[in-house]
Ligand binder design. Structure first.
Ligand SMILES: *Cc1c(COP(=O)(O)O)cnc(C)c1O
Length: 423
């Protein structure tokens, strides 16, 4: 990559949430291995982001590489309509086995946002099949569920894109996010707001969608497991479907295999994505109970109306199957617990800093919430100068490293965070 390549990038290529006319700098990366990103000039960065929660085993992993290459020799893709293949079957067997008990019908799709679209469409078709007109979704403020229209409509109404697309998004029901932090003492009054809304509007509500325990891109907030338990009970009381968006939290990130496990609950529909393929390729899964699947299938339509072109892509399924196997055969609980312990030791002292509002850690997630919004471009430059990759947004400087990060590498990341805050 030379300077003319970079100039082309700046002029012609969109990057996530970035202006085309005044883009913030992008950094050229030409290789990635283990926990390291290698830049075009040879500089090495320790990765604190797992490429947005995805690369849990690190990059360029020999076992995952092997899974992709082996599948590539057989077939990289075949349509899923009317055809099935071993990679999808192997992956779905594992998903049915590891997700909470009543979840057993898997819908594979292309990305997290599409998994959320699928879950919402399933909820609508479920009620249609039951002859009830329920089309509203209840969700929490500070939530994030993706960037497509259906998903956007259930993202936080203030800090997301609702304003931009006013009039285009279906009006759903928002309740204040839980106040009780994960580690705080439980106060059942936290459930008052959602209980009131559900009691009042239960006949309109098709489903409640939420991110269990960790609200990710909407603010990196960690809430109490009893809240999640309470919401499950509320859904049970009125037969409302519970959709757990585990796209960020799934596969061990919070210290449990799924964040729902912290509350010992199971949703009616679960969305998985991000780390599903170990960060190799885009793939998502929406998993339902037999009851939900049967109800939809016995409805007027006679089937579920969705079928992406690249549904069940064999390359993605093969690497996801290998990634899951790798995770399950590893001592991930201890690994994540060790990362958590180190994040607590190395980041918590920052909470006394005058510019820091809060420091919170859960599993392999570390969040430093600043009092004021940070300058992403400026901070990123400082992080790169120190040889680490951290991408802050809003008031949040946060990390979720690959599980294979060494204590030395993690110290480098937390040290860099300390340095940019203390500077
Ligand atoms: C990232 C994310 C999504 C969207 O996934 P994409 O693959 O980016 O479409 C949805 N929900 C949650 C909780 C996420 O973190």
């Amino acid at each position: 990559m030379n300077s003319s390549d970079l100039a082309f990038d700046t002029k012609h290529i969109w990057h996530p949430y970035t202006s085309m006319s005044q883009p913030i700098p992008t950094y050229p990366v030409v290789e990635a291995k283990g926990v390291e990103l290698i830049m075009a000039d040879g500089k090495v960065l320790v990765d604190g982001m797992s490429s947005w929660w995805a690369a849990i085993h690190g990059y360029n992993h020999p076992i995952l590489n092997q899974a992709v290459t082996a599948q590539l020799q057989k077939m990289s893709h075949v349509m899923f309509g009317g055809i099935t293949h071993p990679a999808a079957i192997k992956l779905c067997r594992q998903l049915v086995e590891i997700t909470p008990e009543p979840l057993e019908c898997v819908f594979l799709a292309d990305s997290g946002s599409v998994a959320v679209e699928v879950s919402l469409k399933m909820a609508l078709q479920y009620w249609q099949a039951r002859g009830e007109k329920r089309q509203r979704i209840l969700t929490l403020r500070h939530g994030y569920h993706g960037d497509t229209f259906g998903a956007m409509a259930v993202c936080d109404p203030e800090n997301s894109m609702h304003g931009l697309y006013k009039g285009y998004l279906p009006p759903h029901i928002f309740v204040d996010a839980p106040q009780c932090g994960f580690h705080e003492e439980w106060d059942s009054r936290d459930l008052a707001a959602i209980t009131r809304e559900v009691d009042e509007k239960q006949q309109e509500i098709a489903a409640i969608i939420l991110e269990p325990i960790v609200q990710g891109a909407g603010g990196m907030r960690f809430y109490h497991p009893k809240y999640l338990k309470g919401v499950r009970e509320l859904c049970d009381r009125y037969g409302i479907l519970l959709i757990a968006d585990e796209i960020a939290t799934g596969f061990g990130r919070t210290g449990k295999l799924f964040a729902c496990d912290h509350a010992n609950i199971s949703p009616d529909i679960m969305c998985l994505g991000k780390a599903l393929t170990g960060g190799y390729m885009t793939l998502s899964a929406t998993i339902t109970t037999r009851h939900v699947a049967d109800t939809i299938s016995n409805g007027e339509a006679g089937c579920f109306m969705h079928g992406p072109t690249f549904m069940g892509n064999p390359l993605a399924c093969a690497v996801a199957d290998a990634s899951l196997k790798l995770l399950r055969e590893s001592p991930w609980q201890q690994t994540v617990a060790k990362i958590e312990q180190q994040l607590i030791e190395e980041l918590t002292p920052l909470s006394s800093h005058s510019r820091v509002k809060d420091v919170r850690i859960l599993g392999a997630i570390g969040v430093v919430e600043m009092c004021e919004p940070v300058n992403t471009a400026e901070l990123q430059k400082k992080f790169v100068a120190q040889g680490v990759w951290v991408r802050p947004f809003g008031r949040l400087i946060y990390v979720m490293p690959p599980y294979i990060i060494s204590p030395e590498q993690l110290s480098k990341v937390t040290g860099a965070i300390r340095k940019v805050i203390e500077e």
